[in-house]
Design a protein around this ligand. Structure first.
Ligand code: GMT
Length: 378
């Protein structure tokens, strides 16, 4: 099939999923057209069936806010016409879903279908804001198919937007070869911690929803009880605040800040535990990546996270803000080598059994095929 994928290309879960889905579909023989203002950072531009189409927005003094959504719709239309694209897949509703709808309307004869995948904050934060609510609802109603990355998000979407239509659940996925305990390298780990220290890790875009102060607090409590280090990967608005907090707590020298990096699999596999104390999380892709790497997660039972982590078996779920429970849970898990090993193996097994790329990408393929078949048979 010929599929156009529109998404946010920068660091963030929805961009990762859009890029990795596109690459997996290209590996399966589909022709993939990424359409965005920048190439997604996990896209391989050299893949023979992958093309990137840059959306350029003309700047003009009259525009205080350049109308990106209109330029995106126009670029989608061009790509649909030029390459015979059959489906536009919008990742993250705003503004991709409405842009896909406009492209469809501008070319009704093309018969192109649209799929919207909801990722989380496009519903729970941004889409719920009065400035975007009605257009997000309208775009979802007009999309030929809507999917959400967890049952929690599908239910929240229908409730908040009072949608009549179905929202299918297709969970996020991982490549178990890319994320694997086999990437754990002793040499790399020694850059972050000694062999006697435990290594905790957090990866995110450091936005308030991730509760970065809780990451630092949990680590501080663990480090007070046993030799420990913290590895922080990513960048965002909360970094400086967290660095100041670490200085105040006297643990700044125990934390490595890697910033944003394209490939997280190797440093992640070096960790012993992953921390995800978010306020809300539609799915928690970073936790799944950790699990596939054999790294159990200490997380909050927020949103869709309980659909990913089985508390007590593949990690631990605590109440939002309960840093004491997270720290004591982390210490308990690290206490027994055999118990830790069992949890680490269970995390990897569950990640593969429920969320391996092979199983999930097939669900998207069937969705596209059903839409296109419905058109030809109707
Ligand atoms: O919050 C982020 O890290 C970024 C955000 C995004 O859309 O880029 O992530 C959302 O989508 C991810 C992929 O589907 C999910 O794993 C995250 O849970 C979700 N974030 C939130 O719901 C806060």
């Amino acid at each position: 099939m010929k599929i156009a994928i529109a998404g946010h290309p920068t660091y963030g879960g929805s961009g990762v999923v859009a890029a990795e889905l596109g690459m997996a579909l290209a590996d399966r023989g589909h022709e993939i057209h990424f359409v965005s203002y920048q190439a997604p950072f996990r896209m391989d531009p050299l893949h023979p069936r992958v093309t990137f189409h840059e959306v350029e927005v003309t700047s003009y003094p009259l525009f205080k806010y350049p109308p990106y959504a209109l330029a995106l719709s126009t670029k989608l239309l061009t790509v649909v016409r030029e390459f015979g694209v059959e489906t536009i897949h919008a990742h993250y509703a705003i503004p991709h879903s409405i842009a896909a709808y406009l492209a469809q309307e501008m070319c009704r004869d093309c018969g192109v279908k649209s799929v919207t995948t909801l990722h989380g904050t496009d519903i729970t934060l941004v889409g719920s804001d009065p400035s975007f609510f009605e257009i997000t609802k309208f775009a979802m109603e007009k999309s030929d198919a809507v999917t959400a990355v967890s049952r929690y998000l599908a239910d929240a979407t229908r409730d908040r937007f009072e949608l009549e239509r179905t929202v299918d659940v297709i969970p996020n996925f991982i490549d178990p070869v890319e994320y694997s305990p086999l990437h754990r390298s002793t040499d790399l780990r020694r850059r972050f911690a000694t062999d006697e220290e435990v290594l905790l890790c957090h990866i995110s875009n450091f936005r308030p929803v991730k509760r970065i102060p809780d990451v630092v607090e949990v680590f501080s409590r663990v480090a007070a009880k046993r030799p420990a280090r913290l590895l922080m990967i990513g960048s965002g608005p909360e970094v400086m605040l967290a660095q100041a907090q670490a200085c105040k707590l006297g643990i700044a020298d125990r934390i490595t800040w890697l910033g944003s990096i394209d490939q997280v699999a190797e440093p992640l596999a070096c960790a012993d535990l992953f921390l995800l104390p978010s306020d809300g999380e539609s799915f928690g892709l970073a936790a799944l990546e950790a699990m596939a790497s054999g790294v159990p997660c200490i997380a909050t039972a927020a949103g869709g996270v309980p659909e990913v982590i089985d508390s007590g078996r593949t990690g631990l779920l605590c109440a939002v803000g309960d840093t004491e429970a997270m720290a004591s849970g982390a210490l308990d898990i690290l206490e027994s080598r055999a118990g830790y090993q069992e949890m680490s193996e269970a995390a990897r097994t569950v990640a593969i059994e429920r969320f391996a790329l092979d199983k999930v990408v097939g669900q998207y393929e069937r969705l596209y095929e059903n839409l296109v078949c419905r058109e030809t048979s109707g």
